[in-house]
Design a binder for this molecule. Structure first.
Ligand SMILES: [Zn+2]
Length: 307
């Protein structure tokens, strides 16, 4: 079985402003590096559908979905919050990014792919039930998780979020849902300044001081995540795969290197193999240094392929 790589042309057409670090070049950098490394040819490439309003409404309020649709501009930029804006193609991009999570879930749950990587943008993990935040409009990982819970009657889903920023939108959506465990490492104190004091039995928030390296992350994964995951026994694992904890990333202050993304992926594969029949759906979140993003994402994807 293969690793699915899901993307869509419109993911390149969401543009916040000329110099914004959350740019289409991120997607192109990953794809070009995969081609250069002769990895791309060995992936099963899919174009994502749009997520339907019914699929989005499992995690977002219908008022919020209607508001985003109404705000979508014909030209120019509409600001949703201090960090997030929509241009004419942003709605389509974010709907296809959520749709990628749906398709990835279908492929993995139906045994048509061993695992899947959604190479789409804008990212999603800061988007809450009724709000955009931090470059995110809809919460794609949450949309995928809700699809697994409702469509496939999965009982327990784990999300591992190794983006340098806390997945606060994901936490908001699932904090009272005992069927969903979130394991999140993040720089603290740092944007979004949340999650550091809200750990519960299913919200395994592990704040890490700036300059944490692979060793610190290994401790968090093996001492905090692993016991929780082994007790929870997820039936499928989602990954909020942000690559902005990389040492080269200009937006954050952590010290991960390319190889760290290999052992993190191996860790996730091991847990998935033990509890979840190997099922992994991974989604691109952050990562803003283009060469580092390309190499770290490629390390993650290559590791997924060796399932
Ligand atoms: Zn981030």
């Amino acid at each position: 079985m293969t690793t699915a790589f899901i993307t869509h042309p419109d993911t390149l057409l969401h543009i916040m402003d000329g110099n914004h670090p959350e740019s289409p070049a991120r997607i192109t950098a990953i794809k070009n590096y995969l081609i250069k490394q002769d990895v791309y040819n060995h992936l099963a490439i899919y174009e994502s559908p749009v997520a339907t309003d019914a699929q989005l409404a499992k995690v977002h309020s219908t008022d919020y979905i209607a508001r985003i649709r109404a705000l979508s501009p014909k030209a120019g930029l509409v600001r949703l919050d201090p960090d997030t804006a929509m241009g004419p193609m942003s709605l389509s991009a974010t709907l296809h990014a959520s749709g990628a999570a749906i398709l990835a879930t279908d492929l993995v749950m139906q045994g048509k792919a061993a695992n899947a990587f959604c190479c789409t943008r804008p990212p999603g993990h800061h988007a809450g039930r009724a709000n955009s935040a931090g470059f995110c409009i809809f919460n794609h990982v949450a949309v995928g998780v809700a699809h697994a819970l409702t469509q496939y009657k999965v009982k327990r889903v784990a999300i591992i979020d190794f983006d340098v920023h806390h997945g606060d939108g994901t936490e908001d959506i699932f904090k009272y849902n005992p069927q969903v465990m979130l394991c999140s490492t993040f720089q603290h104190p740092f944007y979004p300044h949340r999650g550091f004091d809200s750990r519960t039995k299913t919200m395994i928030n592990v704040p890490l001081a700036a300059n944490a390296d692979g060793k610190k992350y290994q401790q968090a994964f093996s001492h905090e995540f692993l016991p929780a995951l082994n007790q929870f026994k997820p039936e499928i694992i989602y990954v909020s795969a942000g690559f902005d904890a990389h040492v080269d990333d200009p937006l954050a202050g952590m010290n991960l290197i390319d190889q760290d993304y290999i052992w993190m992926t191996e860790f996730i594969k091991q847990v998935a193999k033990q509890h979840a029949q190997g099922r992994i759906v991974s989604l691109l979140e952050g990562g803003y240094h283009l060469p580092a993003l390309a190499k770290a994402a490629s390390a993650h994807i290559t590791s997924l392929m060796l399932a």
